[in-house]
Design a binder for this molecule. Structure first.
Ligand code: FES
Length: 121
């Protein structure tokens, strides 16, 4: 059963924009982010497949200077925004963990967090 959570307003994302969010309470909420690329939305866990660090060097800033790729601040891994696949840096071919995302008719971006947890097999 999907568990849709509001994460941001679509209007808060430019045509190639990103925004971070966290799900859960306490000291270790689950960090994620959404990326808008034209008319497409994607959501990913904010965890780099290279060494497990958060990707954003400034909270909420996930895109490179040209806003064409997602970039990890730690060691410079570069990811395609629509697939989450690493195309440059230390982990080529590795993939960000994606989350189901949608936009409601009133412009609310939502992510399905059902089954998303720190426990990974
Ligand atoms: S942790 Fe992201 S490139 Fe190393």
């Amino acid at each position: 059963m999907p568990e849709w959570r509001d994460v941001c307003e679509l209007a808060a994302l430019s045509d190639t924009g990103s925004a971070g969010f966290a799900v859960g309470e306490g000291d270790w909420p689950l960090p994620g982010f959404v990326v808008r690329h034209g008319d497409k939305l994607r959501a990913y866990e904010n965890r780099c497949p290279h060494a497990g660090h958060r990707l954003d060097w400034v909270p909420g800033r996930f895109l490179d200077r040209n806003r064409q790729h997602i970039m990890c601040a730690s060691h410079g891994a570069v990811f395609e925004p629509l697939s989450g696949v690493c195309v440059g840096g230390p982990c080529p071919g590795a993939q960000l963990k994606s989350l189901p995302v949608r936009c409601t008719p009133d412009g609310q971006v939502q992510v399905d967090v059902e089954g998303w947890s720190w426990n990974r097999s």
